[in-house]
Write a protein of this length. Sequence first.
Length: 420
Amino acid sequence: MSPDRKPDKTTDPGRIWVQTGVPQFKDFDRWQQVGPEEAGMVSEMTLRNELSGGTPVVREFEKEWREWIGGKYSLSVMNGSSALYSAYFGVGVGPGDEVICPTYTWICTIAPATLLGARPVFAESNPETLLVDPDDVRRRITNKTRAIVVVHLWGFVADMDGFLKLSRDTGIPIIEDCSHVHGGKYKGQMCGNLGAAGCWSFQGSKPVSGGEAGIMVTNDQEIFERACLLGQVNRIAGVDLVTERYAKYQPLGVGMKFRSHPLGIGLAKVQFGKLDALNARRRKYVETIEAGLESIPGLHPVKQYPGAERAGFYGFPIHHVPEETPGLSTKQLIEKIQAEGIPATADPYGLLHLLPIYAEGFDLFTRNRGPLCGDYPGYRPGDFPQTEQMRDRLIFLPMCSDPVPGAEDFVLKRLSRSVA
């Protein structure tokens, strides 16, 4: 472009943002997320004009997913955020309510509740497991608490015994955010079928990907029908509804559309068929490296709860204990690991209570209305000390989905050299 010519804003694409599943450790990972099978599915569906609504492939996938999870009802949606929005709406979250959420999670876990008018109440995570602490959640319950969202972060499975007891004691429903834990179990039962509703993301980088898509599963008829009422315009009349309670409002419901794109569900259907093999390869890679950490000072695997069976493996965090590597901070150690040819990183997630929107509050609906203004107290650094310290000491190693022979040994040798 000539230095005198200005970009044409009508044609210049500007900054391009793409997030799909690609190998993080390119020379050591043979994985290709999308192949001819996915392309064939999209082509066939397009030629059949399966481009909108509850098409046969959408219905088949919903049935396969809920039967795999063990739930009675399932509803595909356009992303994991709308799955959570549907679940929150399903349990009756609304203005004046509070929803308890870990501060250590992605913003989309709690944003749907905030957009329903509910105030987020953040909670500490267990520093050994990285997952939200049921004892700390119990301390934060008030007479305004309408739901608790439990996040199975990075593929690790939360303490569901603790949370289910808490739900029984208080009557507060548990929503499971399963966006990272495709296929995880707790004491033999599938994640997402333990609480009142389970929600999954099929976003482009997830273990099962539809590019952009999601699903909600529940055994509760009321939650399901309210979710249908919310976001399934023209799809549900005479098909999805189980009772007559909301029948007179159909087929339009409240007029919103959170329906999934059928082509995205078609992709997810193909990827679902590959999930067991993907989980097996990732598990072997991760567990081999975790076992090798025993001989490396200062580096430790993340602890898991008894009876938990992780899956998805959306990230590969390990603990750094700076006291065991004198003179070497976590930041310095990450730099040394990177210099050894391993693309390690610090934690990619910011703690929610430190984001400006939640730390300072925000006039969400303007004119001093909404859950994040008025008497909203806000948050500040130090409010969640164990989670803040835990996060600052995490190191994320690259995930391999189909590692070449010797990949694990390479990682362990370079980690040993880094702490030496």
